[in-house]
Design a protein around this ligand. Sequence first.
Ligand code: DGL
Length: 263
Amino acid sequence: MAAIGVFDSGVGGLSVLAALRAALPHERFVYFADTPYAPYGERGDAYVIERTRAVTGELIAQHGIKALVVACNTATAAAIHLLRAEHPTLPLVGLEPALKPAVAASRTRRIAVLATRGTLASAKFAALHAALADQAHFTLVPCDGLARAIEVDDRAQVASLCERYVHQAGHFGSADGQVDTLVLGCTHYPFAAEELRRHTGAAVRFIDTGAPVAQQTHRLLQAAGRLAGPQAIGGVTLASSGPLEPLQAAALRWLGPAGLHQG
Ligand code: DGL
């Protein structure tokens, strides 16, 4: 059975891959990091569309994928509608910041959204925000530089940007008027959760998109009759448009040898 493609500008989508592996243990995955071209978040739509098309083409041509998870909010916002039109028979799952689950989770109805500039500026995000704007107050924080700092593992920069952006997001806490829910609207940010948590306090709820995306992938594969059977042995192949070593190191760090399980 063919593999499921999972793609991000860099290592961020590994946070989604972890959820996919947990929910779909019999599947084989090809994780593709577009590292030399990362980050995407501050580069504009034309660039992100071109890279998303190129990576999707490569995953189809080189790996014969049976489905694609675009594990990148920025690429989804810029290009998922084009991919759907260009690959009508390929099951496709995109990501968007989890505003709806955040509304369900928040008691104070004050929610902060951390995402890339590209995601927050997109028409797709504007429509999502507008549809929920009467249900909660959202503070939107474009986190320039944070995905890059996580990508290159610059821990001092990650720490300082997390502090800056949490303070921009408002006063966190569970009292009325305080932000009690933080949406991690970029797949890199779960890897900075510990740093973010130092500034939000322990009670604030962090929402990312891994688990719902894994469920949606399961549903689509089932509907298409493309789920791997219970005898199949799952695994992960790593691929990149640049050298593989940084991706291998990040995958080991974030998924561990068991999570990686090269197939
Ligand atoms: N991880 C990506 C996202 O979810 C993109 C980060 C970047 O390349 O700027 O938006």
